[in-house]
Design a binder for this molecule. Structure first.
Ligand SMILES: Cc1cc2nc3c(=O)[nH]c(=O)nc-3n(C[C@H](O)[C@H](O)[C@H](O)COP(=O)(O)OP(=O)(O)OC[C@H]3O[C@@H](n4cnc5c(N)ncnc54)[C@H](O)[C@@H]3O)c2cc1C
Length: 265
């Protein structure tokens, strides 16, 4: 590790002021990605501003039609929340599928979506459930938030406060996971909103994306057979030591069917 300053912020305003004073400072949430990147010198912030003591960033609120989760809420808390399990079981299940016990106890929803790893699970939940991301400056729809590999719409100095998910009639997330890290080789979230449906895919490409053709078919009839013959082109998908692009393309259709079947049971 190299030398850097460390500040424990007591409020969002204090964290924002810290970022304003030092353009090379970075926010620290669970540290599961940032500390690893610092150890590898892929990230070299001059200062870390720890959000861990800011109570206003840790909450879960279920209201009519939405589940809102504070940015510093850990994956383990979301997975274990009785309120989330009741209102939006697919989200609790997705959070419980992230990494291992240690990662779930440290990693946060705000850190995960700010990081926007192309194989992360929460971006699929945000996009598939039509989430709104609230920051200290504005509200951003998930459709506008995820810009590409590790890129988001966040401006310098912008802090995620919470994420609000729309509660669908039913939803499910199915992941074909890397057995070592549990990151998604491909993960598909499907959500039935009655007159419309959403299908979001993570792990397959350089960023999370929706599949309009599947959404149209599922809006007409929310059943596994509606997506069974919709092939996704392999062009532009990831090829690496875990899976080739054509295999990932095949998995998307298979997992979409499984997710619809799971949502119906
Ligand atoms: C072994 C291992 C396995 C994993 N497996 C999975 C998996 O299966 N699925 C999955 O989805 N993820 C997985 N992860 C990632 C993990 O779940 C964390 O979500 C992720 O590392 C980021 O969250 P964090 O809270 O640790 O953020 P940090 O590492 O602290 O921060 C990440 C980035 O987000 C920024 N940031 C943090 N909070 C905010 C905020 N409120 N506003 C703006 N910017 C912010 C930071 O400045 C930093 O740039 C794994 C990680 C590890 C180490």
């Amino acid at each position: 590790m190299y030398q850097f300053k460390f500040q424990k912020a007591k409020s969002v305003a204090e964290a924002f002021a810290g970022l304003g004073k030092d353009g090379d400072a970075k926010l620290l949430a669970g540290g599961q990605s940032l500390i690893a990147a610092m150890k590898l010198r892929l990230s070299q912030p001059s200062a870390l501003i720890d959000l861990g003591d800011i109570a206003e960033l840790r909450h879960i609120k279920v209201e009519t039609g939405t589940v809102t989760i504070g940015a510093m809420t850990t994956h383990a808390t979301v997975a274990a929340s009785a309120e989330v399990k009741k209102a939006l079981p697919a989200l609790a299940m997705l959070a419980g599928s992230i990494g291992d016990r240690q990662v779930r106890n440290q990693g946060t929803i705000g850190g995960s979506i700010a990081n926007n790893d192309p194989a992360a699970d929460y971006p699929a939940a945000c996009l598939g459930l039509g989430a709104t991301i609230s920051t200290n400056k504005r509200k951003i729809s998930a459709d506008a938030f995820f810009k590409g590999m590790y890129e988001t719409a966040l401006d310098a100095g912008e802090i995620i406060i919470s994420v609000s998910f729309a509660i669908p009639k039913r939803a499910a997330y199915v992941k074909f996971k890397n057995p070592a890290s549990r990151f998604a080789i491909v993960g598909v979230l499907v959500a039935d909103f009655g007159s419309s449906a959403r299908v979001a895919v993570t792990g397959a490409g350089p960023g999370v994306f929706r599949i309009a053709e599947m959404e149209k078919a599922l809006a007409a009839k929310f059943a596994p057979e509606s997506v069974a013959n919709i092939k996704v082109p392999a062009e532009g998908l990831n090829s690496d030591l875990h899976a080739q692009a054509d295999y990932r393309a095949h998995l998307i259709t298979v997992l979409a069917q499984r997710a619809v079947a799971a949502a119906l049971t």
